[in-house]
Design a protein around this ligand. Structure first.
Ligand code: SDX
Length: 430
């Protein structure tokens, strides 16, 4: 029910639009009848002032730097929960009982293998293909193998597809990594936890027993939790828009993978570590901060700034602590890259340019330091982000499909091209 109304007047037209309020956060002006009433569209290319849907999954307060998954603060979940429990929470809306969690873990574990025929997709790629190129291809190909979970109108099939995607993304990401380094694929092991299994599939070889480092497994699980969902970001909006046409969930998640790859989005973790390596030593930090402030340089501090957070990204705070813990446990607290990151953060956060524009470190600023310490190449960082975000994508996709108001997404435009004109024969064009 609308809470109040917004008066809209344009030319001779005076009309009203209902204002709808959520449980927390900004209200929305419901402009669904605006075009019919005024003959005008709204104009918001980056969707900076547009709510595209109703949702109960994730809430962000950018000014306060708060992130809630189904109402639970991200720092509490990172500290007290684990990734599969967070997957259950995001998918079903409540924290599971012990029995529900055990059943969910078993269902995910039973779906971690991919169809054996799919290994041949990998062999079609060059060995030096970027893992995200492989992820785009192989995740989309899941549609060709799991027909029994592509009917989006069947809630049972929607749930099986969700479980399959959560379960198989680590296997696909690990296979992309193994393929890139010319090592044989390692099968999932059912007795391992989700994070342990991913690390085992990445770093074990058939030649000897591989013991997963518990420090790395815990860090990996926290990284998965921090990346699990994030409201209506670019890749989630891509998944929702793809799903609004009735496309199957595997194809929609492949679209999300493609969008996440961009350096302005999930590709920033790879770009951020490459930037920290390029800076190399703390004494070069001022030079790069100056470059980031120079509009003509085209350079931005990767891992800095955010469309929504105009305060510290709460995930970056947790990530910074995990980076310090992992490096300390490795006896590498003096890691120069961490030093450069901390100096860069200190200099930037005291500089008027970053203060005025409210630019703070985001989730991608420290994650690469941890992944690098665990042994991943930078090319795998975004694939790991995609793996972790799959539960958020599929939870948002499911919410959209089950929303009775949902219809195919079809934005309009402000046309600034040529008005109608007649065709000119080639001969007449000289
Ligand atoms: C993710 O949406 C999500 O929730 C995404 C994400 C998720 O979990 O899904 O949080 C994950 O994508 C995090 C963001 C990762 N990207 C980066 O770290 C790339 C570097 N950051 C930016 O390119 C930028 O900050 C964005 C893309 C993140 C946000 O861009 P906006 O909101 O469109 O802001 P903008 O580009 O309009 O910048 C506003 C101003 C500009 O200056 P003016 O034109 O106003 O003078 O701030 C400047 C920008 O030039 N600016 C930066 C900067 N980011 C913005 N200047 C230097 N370095 C930067 N990093």
């Amino acid at each position: 029910m609308p809470d109040s109304k917004a008066a809209i007047s344009y030319g001779e037209t005076k009309t009203e639009a209902p204002v709808l309020s959520g449980s927390i956060g900004p209200s929305v002006i419901d402009i669904r009848s605006l075009y019919a009433q005024t003959g005008c569209f709204t104009y918001d290319p980056g969707f900076t002032s547009t709510a595209a849907c109703k949702s109960t999954i994730t809430y962000i307060d950018g000014d306060k730097g708060e992130l809630l998954y189904r109402g639970y603060p991200i720092d509490q979940l990172a500290d007290k929960s684990n990734y599969l429990e967070v997957c259950y929470l995001l998918l079903y809306g409540e924290l599971p009982t012990q029995a529900q969690l055990k059943d969910f873990e078993q269902r995910v574990t039973r779906h971690t293998m991919i169809h054996d025929q799919m290994q041949y997709f990998f062999r079609g790629f060059r060995r030096d293909a970027h893992p995200m190129a492989v992820m785009c291809g192989v995740v989309g190909a899941l549609s060709a193998f799991y027909h029994d979970s592509t009917d989006i109108n069947d809630p049972v099939q929607r749930e099986i597809a969700s479980i399959r995607l959560i379960a198989k993304m680590p296997t696909i990401a690990a296979m992309a990594y193994k393929y890139s380094i010319g090592q044989p694929f390692i099968y999932p092991k059912n007795e391992l936890s989700y994070a342990e299994n991913f690390l085992h599939m990445c770093f074990a070889t058939p030649c000897e027993e591989y013991k997963v480092n518990p420090i790395f497994a815990h860090a990996m699980d926290v990284i998965f939790t921090l990346h699990a969902d994030h409201e209506q970001n670019a890749s989630t909006s891509t998944v929702r828009l793809s799903g609004s046409s009735g496309a199957n969930p595997f194809a929609c998640i492949a679209a999300g993978v493609a969008c996440l790859w961009g350096p302005a989005h999930g590709g920033a973790n790879e770009a951020a570590l490459n930037m920290l390596r390029e800076i190399g030593t703390p004494d070069r930090v001022p030079e790069y901060v100056a470059k980031a402030k120079d509009k003509n340089s085209g350079f931005r501090l990767m891992g800095f700034g955010h469309r929504v957070y105009k305060n510290y990204d709460p995930r970056a705070k947790v990530m910074q602590q995990v980076a310090k813990d992992v490096l300390a446990q490795l006896g590498a607290s003096d890691n120069p890259i961490l030093q450069v990151a901390q100096d860069l953060e200190k200099v930037a956060l005291s500089d008027p340019y970053f203060i005025e524009k409210k630019l703070y470190p985001n989730v991608d600023f420290y994650s690469g330091i941890i992944l690098n310490a665990i042994g991943f190449p930078t090319s795998m960082f975004t694939a790991i982000f995609a793996l972790a975000r799959t539960v958020g994508w599929i939870a948002q996709w499911k919410e959209m499909i089950e929303d009775k108001d949902q219809k195919i997404g079809r934005p309009r435009q402000l046309y600034i091209g040529a008005p109608q004109r007649d065709y000119v024969d080639l001969k007449a064009r000289g």
